[in-house]
Design a protein around this ligand. Structure first.
Ligand code: CA
Length: 218
């Protein structure tokens, strides 16, 4: 899952980014409202964490233009503006959740996961396909009840596929959801991770739709 963090404070931004990386998310960090607006245009994000007091373009203005543009991605406001009127204004402008600084990193991660679940239309955090069960919280995968050990990238790849059961995802789409800005991607990195995933889970688990991409088997 790829998140956009919009935060101008270097200390807070660094800590939040690291906390989200530790939780297994791919994170891009935009330092002002205009950079965030530009980043959101390419539509690769699953969720945005939005500060309100931002240079160039304020968070509320950014949120307004994102929603007016028809972009429905989940937005969690994380701000020092703690007045009830500010919270109401944020939610009314289209935010999905509102967290006041200083916040606990674990709470932020829990809220991000809850929003992603809700957005995917599922109340459960477990992803299930056939006898395959993936737990995004515990970072575990079982197949037929037996645990399967995966690398962090293999896990992220499988999670991306299982979040969209039945959908065929192109290699570019998989890369976008797994790698952030400035991360080196080998030309066949996705194929290599898929190869190992198939080796561990069985070749029938991930279907290659020739010339289009990949999906998890029904
Ligand atoms: Ca700020």
């Amino acid at each position: 899952m790829r998140l956009l963090l919009v935060e101008d404070d270097p200390m807070i931004g660094k800590a939040v980014r690291q906390g989200l990386l530790n939780a297994g998310f791919t994170v891009d960090w935009a330092h002002d409202g205009a950079a965030a607006e530009l980043a959101l245009r390419n539509g690769v994000y699953d969720l945005a964490i939005l500060d309100l007091g931002l240079p160039v373009k304020d968070g509320m203005a950014l949120l307004g233009s994102v929603r007016r543009g028809g972009n429905h991605l989940p937005v969690l406001i994380a701000t020092a503006r703690d007045a009830v009127s500010a919270r109401i204004a944020g939610l009314n402008a289209g935010a999905d959740d509102y967290l006041v600084k200083p916040f606990d990193m674990d709470e932020l991660v829990a809220r991000v996961r809850a929003l992603l679940r809700r957005h995917a239309g599922s109340g459960s955090s477990l992803l299930t396909t056939g006898d395959l069960v993936l737990d995004p919280l515990r970072k575990t995968v079982t197949q037929g009840g037996q645990p399967v050990a995966l690398s962090a990238r293999e896990f992220a790849l499988l999670e991306t596929l299982m979040q969209r059961p039945g959908a065929v995802l192109s290699r570019e789409k998989l890369e976008e959801s797994m790698y952030g800005w400035g991360e080196e991607i080998g030309s066949n990195a996705i194929e290599v991770h898929l190869h190992y995933l198939r080796k561990k889970l069985g070749s029938a688990v991930i279907v290659n739709v020739r010339g289009v991409g990949y999906r998890v088997a029904d």
